[in-house]
Design a protein around this ligand. Structure first.
Ligand code: UDP
Length: 396
């Protein structure tokens, strides 16, 4: 067993990991894997079940990656969850698992990085006789998932998973509450601290111009537009903060999210908010955008499984306001490294933003303490090491 991750993987004698992710979109779990995988691949590899921007990113990073396209019947089952579509998907699912299993024989273990990867991975791991590790990125509670969905994930985990790597204590706790039995180790997301370093002021001025932002304070919310991410709470808080602008960075992915995004746009077009809310869609320059804003806000109204954007704000030395609950309370120490407000509480959010904007020196000190803390607790090196140690326990 190797204690030193770098020498172990460069000698080629490290754990050979086959990462499996159903999604090729750039969600939080995929961005996490993008940072984690270089420590393992090569000799490891990433296997995706669809094509998309995540594939390009992995390739550009020099990480071996392959796509096995999931059959249409399997992809449809996610959208039309029901016994009919599940039955129709069964042959396709078995075929897919078989193809994954054939690849998996060249590796020591399968690392499922999503719930759908867990479904395919649990079959493939049996077929290939390889241990299965599941990185749990979700809080398996009624606020996020149907009972059927939770039951399926927990049953598969109990039957097939050797080790669960949970992205927070909150995710671990919900998994246990739902009846999850395999050993769980909590590994928080890690970040390349350098990516969030200050940028040249002229770049920020140019970005401000390109976005057409008038002078005045700006708060930023960096999340998919989804009801549980709580962008509507920020809009109502903004109504109480005249002169303050907001960047909503992120896009709506699913159908109910499209409807929500439309409602947000309609609200933002009303007199009290007009011209102050900027919808930027999905952006790849989050580290630069972070430097532009005066305050980073996180507004999720259901417990956040982890909350990457909170750490990213801290690493960018921005003062952060986050909602109390889930992973956020594992990241932020209220009043020391950020401010925590109750979920869905418009008044409290508005008051916290005002406090930071009205007291810039206090805000600067909070952000500085947050930066120091985040560098110590959320570096990518520490995360890679923790995952490495966890995996070496699984491989005899
Ligand atoms: N993100 C991004 N572009 C956007 C919006 C978000 O790259 O337009 C990134 C963000 O920087 C963060 C991730 O997406 O790294 C979101 O992760 P988080 O844990 O906050 O939420 P999730 O989307 O996983 O629920």
């Amino acid at each position: 067993m190797h204690n030193d991750i770098a020498s172990a993987s460069s000698s080629g004698s490290g754990v050979r990991v086959l990462f499996l992710d159903h999604s090729a979109a750039l969600g939080g779990a995929e961005l996490y894997l993008l940072d984690l995988a270089p420590a393992f691949a090569p000799p490891g590899k990433v296997l995706l079940l669809e094509e998309g921007p995540f594939y390009e990113k992995l390739q550009a990073a020099g990480i071996p990656v392959e796509v096995i396209i999931a059959p249409e019947t399997v992809r449809r089952v996610a959208r039309e969850a029901g016994p009919g579509s599940a039955l129709r998907a069964a042959p396709g699912l078995l075929g897919l698992a078989w193809r994954v299993a054939r690849k998996a024989r060249a590796f020591d273990l399968i690392y499922a990085n999503s719930q759908k990867a867990l479904i395919v991975g649990s079959l493939a791991a049996r077929m290939a006789r390889r241990p299965l590790v599941w990185n749990l990125h979700d809080v398996l509670s009624a606020a996020h998932f149907s009972r059927l969905n939770i039951r399926l994930a927990v049953t598969l985990a109990n039957q097939s998973v050797r080790l669960v790597i949970a992205n927070s204590e909150a995710s671990r706790e919900a998994f246990r509450q739902a009846g999850g039995r395999p050993p769980v180790v909590v590994v928080h997301n890690g970040f390349d601290v350098q990516r969030f370093a200050p940028k040249p002021p002229e770049q920020i001025v140019a970005l401000r111009q390109a976005l057409g932002l008038p002078p005045g304070p700006v708060v930023g919310l960096f999340s998919r537009l989804a009801p549980w991410k709580g962008q509507h709470v920020l809009l109502e808080a903004l109504a109480q903060l005249p002169g303050v602008q907001a960047l909503l960075v992120g896009e709506a992915l699913f159908q109910d999210e499209q409807r929500y995004a439309q409602q947000l746009r309609e609200r933002a077009a009303q007199d009290d908010l007009r011209g102050r809310v900027h919808f930027l869609g999905f952006r790849e320059d989050v580290p630069l955008l972070l430097q532009l804003v005066d305050v980073v806000v996180h507004t999720s109204i259901a417990p956040e499984p982890f909350g990457r954007v909170i750490v990213e704000g801290m690493l960018a030395r921005r003062p952060v306001v986050a909602t109390r609950g889930g992973g956020a309370v594992e990241i932020v120490r209220d009043g020391e490294t950020g401010l925590l407000v109750p979920p869905g509480d418009v008044q409290a959010l508005a008051a916290a933003i005002r406090r930071l904007l009205d007291h810039p020196e206090q805000a600067r000190q909070l952000a500085e303490a947050a930066y120091q803390d985040a560098c110590m607790r959320f570096s990518i090196e520490a995360t890679r090491r923790r995952v490495w140690h966890a995996l070496t326990e699984v491989i005899p």
